[in-house]
Design a protein around this ligand. Structure first.
Ligand code: NAD
Length: 292
């Protein structure tokens, strides 16, 4: 592997970069937050990018940013845009949870520069980003582009699913988070109702985990972040609400009724309006305080 760019060194990007740099790849890094660039460059040996032209030697650039808009901003606006400096034949790998419709448009824009786009969003939160055991969903319009991206994403996990054409990875990720969001809202509603019937929250979590209501949310999120009041899952409410909004727009685009998706998206958006971008597990407190 020659030089690989990495843009977005936040909660997820930082551990993913550590695994990429630990594989021996030469890395060049950028984030709007100069302090995290400085600290991670010092820790991993990555070169901090000071200008968009610093990416001119990159065979690939990974993006791990909050939204599609942020990805486009980094590639086309920051310092005149990184994209115009990338060598023809290089590949951008968007590992953010982006909007698949915008991903397809971004792919067209990058193609004008001779650069391929691959979408490879991840599931698994910080623990799996750290252990390099994320679930990765890879969409690409050509096998050649997917093959160039594969050794890079495999430094972050061996669990790589090839989902289809460009944008299908991002669509799958949004749909996964809709399912997880439905599980979160349902589990929180159950805890709130159960507590009002006199059930102890800790007992409820134990029973859910030994019963058919068990899920990642009940076995991980409820016990480690909700019932004990820690509220530190590392996944922001704004990001969760954005993901389920993307899933809702996918169901609206095919004009298929999706009442559960509508309800989950509405519940997360309401909590976001009230709480701002706190850890998503704090939505439990907001829902708990609601009057019937
Ligand atoms: P984060 O907010 O912790 O980090 C985002 C980083 O991007 C920040 O360091 C920020 O400074 C930087 N940034 C924002 N706009 C930028 C721009 N225009 N140019 C350069 N840098 C910019 O977010 P995160 O939790 O690491 O999530 C990143 C992506 O991964 C999101 O799309 C999210 O939905 C997805 N995701 C998050 C988790 C999780 O558990 N946190 C899990 C899976 C997927």
């Amino acid at each position: 592997m020659s030089q690989v760019g990495f843009i977005g060194l936040g909660t997820m990007g930082a551990p993913m970069l550590r695994n990429l740099a630990g594989s021996g790849a030469g890395t060049i890094v950028f984030d709007l937050d100069a302090a995290c660039v400085r600290d991670l460059a010092a820790e991993t040996g990555a070169a901090p990018a000071r200008a968009a032209s610093d990416f001119a030697g990159a065979e690939a650039v990974v993006t791990m940013l909050p939204t599609s808009d942020a990805v486009a901003e980094a590639l086309f606006d920051w310092d005149g845009g990184i994209a115009r400096h990338l060598p023809a034949g290089s590949v951008v790998i968007d590992m953010s949870s982006s909007d698949p419709t915008q991903t397809v448009r971004l792919g067209e824009r990058l193609r004008e520069h001779g650069v391929d786009l691959v979408d490879a969003p991840v599931s698994g939160a910080v623990a799996k980003a750290t252990d390099a055991t994320l679930s990765i969903m890879m969409g690409a319009d050509s096998e050649a582009a997917a093959e160039r991206a594969t050794p890079i994403v495999r430094t972050m996990s061996a669990v790589v699913f090839r989902t289809g054409k460009l944008g299908t990875g991002h669509a799958m990720k949004a749909l996964n988070n809709f399912v997880a969001g439905a599980s979160t809202t349902a589990a929180c509603e159950a805890l709130i109702a159960g507590e009002r019937f006199g059930l102890a929250p800790e007992t409820m979590v134990q029973i859910l985990n030994a019963s058919t209501g068990q899920s990642f949310v009940t076995s991980n999120v409820l016990g480690e972040h909700v019932v004990n009041g820690r509220f530190a899952s590392g996944f922001g409410l704004a990001l969760y609400a954005k993901d389920v909004r993307i899933a809702r727009s996918l169901t609206q685009a095919i004009a298929h009724p999706a009442p559960v998706c509508e309800a989950v998206s509405g519940a997360l958006d309401d909590a976001l309006d009230e709480l701002g971008n706190v850890d998503h597990t704090r939505a439990f407190e907001y829902w708990k305080d609601q009057e019937a």
